[in-house]
Design a protein around this ligand. Structure first.
Ligand SMILES: [Zn+2]
Length: 227
């Protein structure tokens, strides 16, 4: 990490430092990434520019950009409008994570699945808010349900799921080692699949109604159940 003094010296020496102002509205987090080995490739979809950052030699970047464009278009059309003019995607050897307007995807994982999942978080986390520590099932479960509906495939959750009678709406500290993927991600998806199918509901219509009701609001389990 650079100390502020170091940064100042570096700025004085370099003629490549750019200055500017960054602004974001209606976001809860601001993510800043410093890289020196990544270059972007770009594609626009629905007037949104996707900038995908990856190393020059990363063999997955073209395919990843195509997947990101397809997922962003699908969610933008089916859930509700994506709120930013850009989506940045950082691909590489780092934790897969979501932030408003930017996602990171770890390329050793199933890139398609992880990328679509992090992009779905732009709706369920980015705009529909919940307490990620006490009720992580709300953003992880709904993002993962959106992924399954997009892929029309529930295999990811079916493979992760280990029925053990543990409730999904518990604080992270209540889960045993290794339980989180099944309880927080897979269980809500498979229970919702069962529920929606038994009532003949369209899953994407349900998610669209949920999104439009709780956009820029905070949801908890009690509120969700009253939906
Ligand atoms: Zn997630």
């Amino acid at each position: 990490m650079l100390r502020s003094k170091d940064l100042l010296l570096y700025q004085k020496r370099s003629d490549r430092i750019r200055c500017g102002e960054l602004k974001a509205e209606q976001v809860k987090e601001f993510m800043l990434s410093f890289t020196r080995d990544l270059t972007p490739i770009r594609q626009s979809v629905d007037d949104i520019e996707i900038k995908l950052w990856a190393g020059e030699q990363n063999p997955q970047k073209e395919k990843a950009l195509e997947i990101a464009a397809e997922a962003l278009h699908y969610f933008n059309q089916n859930l509700g409008p994506y709120p930013h003019k850009q989506l940045d995607v950082i691909l590489g050897d780092r934790l897969s994570m979501e932030y408003p307007g930017i996602v990171t995807a770890y390329t050793s994982e199933d890139v398609k699945h992880v990328l679509v999942h992090e992009i779905a978080h732009q709706w369920f986390y980015g705009m529909v808010n919940n307490d990620a520590f006490h009720e992580g099932w709300l953003d992880e479960g709904m993002a993962e349900l959106a992924v399954s509906l997009f892929l029309q495939d529930y295999q990811f959750s079916e493979n992760l799921y280990k029925p053990n009678g543990v409730y999904s709406n518990l604080p992270l500290t209540e889960f045993q080692e290794g339980e989180i993927p099944s309880v927080l991600y897979a269980q809500p998806v498979l229970k919702f699949k069962e529920l929606l199918e038994s009532h003949g509901y369209n899953g994407m219509e349900f998610l669209r109604a949920y999104f439009s009701t709780y956009k820029y609001k905070q949801v908890d389990t009690k509120e969700f159940v009253s939906l």
